[in-house]
Design a protein around this ligand. Structure first.
Ligand SMILES: *Cc1c(COP(=O)(O)O)cnc(C)c1O
Length: 365
């Protein structure tokens, strides 16, 4: 019996093998390896894809968040609303700029930020910005979040690292907030062969600041005009790989959604709750079940060669680093999801037979 991995990236690489090798070979012989024509080309193509005016490539998704905070003046002492169930990336970026996360609980159904709670914080004038995360590939109601942010005159940042290509109400993920941050870590819906990241925005000032911040604060060679800059660049080889893969993204997302729909239809175990069926706002980055005995189900599947994972086992506010912080918030829904969530394999190259085998073993548990 063949094992089924949580994600098998070698299958995707095999599917685009010739294209990728050709693109990389071109970069090698070009002699230009950082911030050259591939990065520029990818930035134009990805901005177009997202329906945004500008795209700035950076080294990874966490840098995309951090540099966006700097570009928006979110610095030491600022309070930023975010969720605690999205893998700590935003918390890391906030810590790097000295800002404080204000954790908002999430909706029980979707795991996305509770916008009523956000509205209350915004009305109380107790936050300076908000990061909405489109978790597991499900685009949040960013339009409503934007209205809340605009009413409070604070910026909205979309964390789109799990939602490349999701759209809702005619707007692409990343194009609704003041800035949309992406990661191209290999397992993301659009993944490089290494690290990569980008920010999309319609605001020329934000884009101009990001272009300085990713390269030492330079406004020209060796001329530093903006503080907080450092080195965070998308290299030419990764940009060339991403340009090769971008035209495939839509098809891959369709396939992911098909697999997710097959799961939601096929899984009928009474102790397992599936995510609801969804439309284009869901690009099925991860398919996360809920189960009252998550660990029992996980080991049952592992014994049958099906590798699962948990996204994410420890909410941000309960990480060991937080210690026994007395100001630690209580986030009941976030904490419950961390105990019940189980991620089963969902990637475009998973076959129907494998999907059916997974469904069978879950129902037989
Ligand atoms: C992957 C991810 C990031 C961080 O991206 P890196 O490229 O790994 O730094 C940020 N936010 C979310 C929601 C992610 O899934």
């Amino acid at each position: 019996m063949d094992r089924i991995l949580i994600n098998d990236l070698s299958r995707q690489s095999a599917a685009v093998d010739n294209e990728i090798r050709r693109a990389i070979a071109q970069v090698i012989s070009s002699g230009w390896y950082v911030l050259g024509p591939q990065c520029g080309g990818f930035e134009r193509e990805f901005a177009d894809f997202c329906g945004a005016k500008y795209c700035v490539g950076v080294a990874n998704g966490t840098d995309a968040l951090e540099l966006t905070f700097r570009a928006l003046g979110i610095e030491s002492g600022k309070r930023v609303a975010t969720v605690a169930n999205a893998g700590y990336y935003t918390s890391t970026a906030l810590a790097l700029v000295g800002a404080k996360p204000v954790y908002v609980d999430v909706e029980a159904d979707t795991g996305l930020m509770d916008l009523n709670a956000l509205d209350a914080l915004a009305l109380a004038r107790s936050i300076d910005a908000v990061v909405v995360t489109h978790l597991f590939g499900l685009m949040h109601d960013a339009e409503s979040a934007r209205k809340i942010a605009e009413h409070a005159a604070i910026p909205l940042i979309e964390d789109c690292a799990q939602a490349h290509g999701a759209h809702r109400g005619g707007r692409m993920a990343g194009s609704v907030g003041h800035a949309g941050c992406f990661s191209f870590y290999p397992t993301k819906n659009l993944g490089a062969l290494g690290d990569g990241g980008a920010i999309v925005t319609d605001d020329p000032d934000i884009a101009a600041r990001l272009i300085k911040l990713r390269q030492y604060g330079w406004d020209g060679k060796y001329r530093v005009s903006l503080g907080g800059g450092r080195n965070s660049r998308l290299d030419e080889i990764q940009a060339a790989v991403l340009r090769t893969k971008l035209p495939h993204l839509h098809g891959w997302n369709v396939r992911r959604r098909d697999i997710a729909a097959r799961y939601t239809k096929g899984i009928t175990h009474p102790r397992v709750t599936c995510p609801r069926g969804r439309g284009d706002e869901y690009v099925a980055h991860l398919y996360v079940l809920r189960c009252d005995d998550r660990d029992g189900l996980r080991s049952h599947l592992a014994d049958r060669g099906i590798m699962c994972d948990v996204h994410y086992p420890i909410p941000d506010h309960l990480q060991p680093l937080a210690g026994n912080d007395r100001e630690r918030p209580v986030l009941p829904v976030t904490e419950r999801i961390a105990k019940e969530g189980l991620t089963i394999p969902c990637f475009p190259e998973l076959t129907d037979d494998e999907t059916d085998r997974i469904i069978h073993h879950i129902n037989a548990w």
